[in-house]
Design a protein around this ligand. Structure first.
Ligand SMILES: [Zn+2]
Length: 270
């Protein structure tokens, strides 16, 4: 501490002593020590005419020198950090906080009441809620993949900031509502497996992890993923040789190999 304080003292400046201890912990009897709330930090010496040098006496930055301002009505520093709300504002804030707590509490109560009424078997509206809520949480990339998988037609629309986008949730809602219960069940499983189609950008050639849901489900349904990968490799490499300048794996010619059934397309790619 001495090393940093000394140059100041040589110039005749004695830095004020500042403690970083929280106010409730601070020993207020230490008269020559300033605590949080008793000063405002200045960015530099001379930021206002009243800046004074100070030294931290404890905490992580003990010994470091900074400048502070103690002037109650300082034009520079008082305005920024010492904002006192009016009594009306304080009352308004209290009302808002109360309303917020009431709202939170009653939502929990509503949920609890619903939970007690839920039947043993998933009802159709509940099933739709589950499916669409799950879909919504999958995020845009999975939405795009699922939408392709189910061949949902998506119209592009302009966002408020002018970008073109497809509102997949809007497309999914009527599609799920039109499904029969068995298909909604299947949709849920496909949703659960959709994110495993993702090949990580940092290692896009990494093969599917054996403990991934997709791999384990493939094994359960006796889907030969190795064979599919081999066929895909052959298919893609011949395709990329033909269209080397502009590979477009999304579109396929009618003579495409029947092995690339819809739904398996792109299993090994992103
Ligand atoms: Zn000041």
């Amino acid at each position: 501490m001495q090393i940093q304080v000394k140059p100041l003292e040589e110039k005749g400046e004695t830095p004020l002593r500042v403690s970083q201890a929280p106010a409730w912990q601070a020993n207020r009897h230490a008269k020559d020590v300033l605590f949080d709330g008793q000063y405002r930090k200045a960015k530099a010496k001379g930021e206002c005419p009243n800046t004074k040098a100070a030294v931290l006496i404890d905490g992580k930055g003990a010994g470091s020198i900074f400048y502070l301002c103690q002037t109650e009505k300082c034009e520079v520093h008082n305005r920024v950090t010492r904002y006192q709300p009016t009594p009306q504002e304080q009352a308004q804030r209290k009302r808002e906080a109360l309303a917020e707590r009431v709202e939170k509490l009653s939502r929990v109560r509503v949920l609890e009441a619903i939970r007690k009424k839920l039947p043993d078997v998933l009802s159709r509206p509940d099933l739709e809620i589950v499916a669409l809520d799950y879909f919504r949480r999958l995020g845009h990339d999975n939405h795009r993949r699922l939408s392709k998988l189910y061949a949902w037609e998506g119209k592009k629309s302009k966002t408020s900031w002018g970008a073109e986008t497809v509102d997949y949730e809007k497309i999914a809602a009527p599609a799920v509502q039109a499904m029969n219960a068995a298909d909604v069940n299947r949709f849920l499983v496909v949703c659960a497996l959709a994110s495993d189609r993702y090949c990580p950008g940092y290692n896009p050639r990494q093969s599917l992890a054996k403990d991934s849901n997709l791999a384990r489900t493939a094994a359960r349904y006796k889907v030969d993923s190795a064979k599919i990968a081999t066929t895909d490799r052959a298919d893609l490499s011949s395709k990329m040789q033909i269209h080397r300048s502009k590979p477009h794996p999304g579109k396929r010619s009618p003579d495409a190999s029947p092995s690339r059934r819809r739904g398996l397309t792109g299993t090994r790619r992103k």
